[in-house]
Design a protein around this ligand. Structure first.
Ligand code: 13P
Ligand code: SF4
Length: 357
């Protein structure tokens, strides 16, 4: 495997990408998630958080090839939302998501069967977009929906309007932080551990719960600890702390802002010159915000580099290779969701997209 070193210019690779892009013209759309390294994001036609990128994929009816600089579930989502003739490509097929890998369809079906046998109450399944396509299909088929970190509140609210309980997977933190912000007390939430009988809960707790949270988390956001917030506040009492809702409950409770990637970017843009901000999210985004806003004093909430290794698998070399192949008429690393799964997943995605403005 060739290793790309982002600290050193790799001879000609950026020029080769630019040349392939100009040859492919409007046939090509490169989408880039904000967590991508600078040397990749500079080539994106559009960049965004997961909701913005899902919308951009759904709206583009011109490009024949959509090259997704992000992770696997994002490329799957783009494949579901685009037309059959449009091809979605992930430059490195190993770019998965640690969080999405923590719930599979067999586990979720088993949990659903148990929940349905314990309670007669209607349950709405909601999957975070960071999940395999089969889980989105599962929600589509059972009256549920997808959410992203930008719209989780609205989607959970919708879930409560149609039922007594919400079954939220795979990220417990996004579910807990959002439901708590909405006024659901912690005592009305339980955690479902797929390794344990009844998810590790007694039947009474299942019947009483309003929110059932899958025991999953993001390894990157899990690194941010409550003690980091305390230490940084002690040193800089006037610092503002912005964190992603995939961070744990105690970190989010102590932060000034808990928001999606897009929300954090907007809050930084609106900050007064001179504001000190500590950000609890992926390293490449924090670094870019620091470089883009020299009038602000931006640091990571962690003293070490907290980066998403799977996002980082996309690099200029594998981006260049897939574009050069396209110029030669060869499609490599295509992401294709099976037709039946895509159809049901689309129902859950459309429910989400119709709920957000
Ligand atoms: P956003 O929905 O904020 O883009 O987050 C995606 C993600 O993977 C966060 O870890
Ligand atoms: Fe998945 Fe976490 Fe990486 Fe986001 S930061 S893509 S949730 S592993």
């Amino acid at each position: 495997m060739r290793v790309y070193d982002e600290t050193r210019a790799d001879g000609g690779v950026h020029e080769q990408i630019a040349e392939a892009k100009s040859k492919l013209g409007a046939d090509l759309l490169i989408l880039g998630h904000h967590y991508q390294q600078d040397d990749v994001i500079r080539h994106a036609d559009q960049k965004g958080d997961s909701l913005q990128l899902a919308r951009q994929a759904a709206q583009n009816r011109i490009a024949k090839y959509i090259v997704f600089c992000g992770v696997h579930f994002m490329a799957e989502t783009a494949d579901i939302l685009t037309e059959d003739r449009q091809v979605v490509i992930l430059p490195d097929l190993g770019a998965g998501c640690f969080l999405a890998d923590q719930a599979n369809i067999n586990q979720v079906c088993a949990a659903w069967d148990t929940l349905s046998s314990v309670t007669d109450e209607k349950i709405t399944p909601i999957t975070y977009v960071n999940s395999e396509a089969a889980l989105k299909a599962f929600c589509g088929e059972r009256g549920g929906a997808v959410c992203t970190s930008s719209n989780a509140r609205g989607v959970i609210q919708w879930g409560f309007e149609g039922s007594g309980k919400v079954f939220f997977f795979p990220d417990q933190h996004l579910g807990r932080n959002t439901a708590y912000q909405m006024g659901v007390p912690l005592e009305e939430m339980i955690v479902w551990d797929p390794e344990l009988e009844n998810g590790g809960n007694d039947k009474r707790a299942i019947r009483q719960a309003r929110v059932i949270l899958w025991k999953g988390h993001c390894d990157v956001h899990h690194e941010f600890q409550e003690s980091f917030v305390e230490t940084i506040r002690e040193k800089h009492p006037d610092i503002r702390i912005f964190v992603h809702p995939e961070c744990n409950f105690n970190v989010c409770q102590k932060a000034d802002l808990v928001s999606s990637t897009g929300g954090i970017i907007n809050a930084v843009k609106q900050a007064e010159p001179g504001t000190k901000i500590a950000i609890g999210t992926e390293h490449h985004l924090v670094n870019r915000l620091r470089n883009d806003h020299p009038d602000l004093d931006i640091v990571s909430l962690a003293s070490f580099v907290c980066k998403c290794e799977t996002m980082y698998k996309i690099n200029p070399l594998n981006l260049r290779d897939c574009l050069v192949n396209l110029v030669q008429g060869k499609i490599v690393n295509q992401i294709t969701v099976p037709v039946d799964t895509a159809k049901a997943a689309r129902v859950a995605l459309d429910r989400m997209l119709s709920m957000v403005s």
